[in-house]
Design a protein around this ligand. Sequence first.
Ligand SMILES: [Fe+2]
Length: 376
Amino acid sequence: MDGAAVDSVVAEENGLTVPMPDGSMDYFNFWWLRDNCPSSFDSETRERTFDIFHHAMMPRPERARIEGDSLVIDWANEAHVSHYPMTMLAQYSRGNPRPDPADLPRRPWFADHHATLTRVSHPALFDSAAERQRWMEALLVEGIAIVTDMPDSDAALTGTAELIGTIRPSFFGAYFDVRTHVKPTNLAYTSKALELHTDVPAEELAPGIQFLHCRANSVQGGLNLFLDGTAVANDLRAADPEAFRLLAETEIPFYKEHDDIDMRARQRVIELDRHGDVSGVTISQHMADVFDLPQRVLDSYYPAFVRFGRMLQDPKYVMRFTLRAGECITFDNHRIVHGREAYSATSGERYLRGTYTDRGELRGKYRALVSEGRFK
Ligand SMILES: [Fe+2]
């Protein structure tokens, strides 16, 4: 089949031009067509079982035609016939990424957000897929939500996190307990103020979703601080594009060193998604290593870094409230910046238990809840 029109399907050197239901003529590469024959996918495992690497030469059609709502190809040099629904071809004809229900527009929020924060109750999360969807949607859109009515147990935290994904350990373990320690290894384990930060940037991939279960909080002081890093970064982009560019492009070093470990990773303070939109921030003064950039680069980097750090502290952005016993705050650790005011350690009890899962699993669970997957 060379250069000939067969039922209006036209063969070119490397692919077919196909008349589409909307009247357009769309082009499809031969390799792509052979690789993505619907029979390439196993309906039970939902995985691709066809191996394109078995083809040393580009697959070529012997014959191609439209039959009803499908493109049908008889392949040359192999006894194989492919049937492609036109709806499937239409989805891929323009090189557009497959629609992703988890790719939701982020909604920035500010200091007054506490009253309107998404709240879901722990029992409802286990009873209702709609409630799980509402919770996960809040985590994708606003980066934060509170789970209420948590039982006072370690199992409640594990069960809540596992609704989204597998517990994701960090170098200090699968869980962490935030209360005053006798010999603290981390500022969080004292009653001092905890400056605004995202968790564990000293890891190459910092944990994605954080769960902080408040088990007791009767101390004086210790207000919880949370802010939307994307709201701040968007404002910096408008106010100072050059500072924004530096923070989005320059990797700076983070570290966490103790007796038996020396963690190091480089991160960008502002994270952009594939659309070029701000999708997150990384900030941690207690894990920031000595900046080892050329000193003349620091001439412009430091003013940008400090400007952004000061913006993060602006009361316009910082939500201040007391997390109550029985609440579990859940948030995107790559987007939401958090901290704590100092408290009086002798005034009562304060105990938060935390863990993490990853961002990818949140999106994966959300898609499965809302979408018509390829195999549904
Ligand atoms: Fe933290």
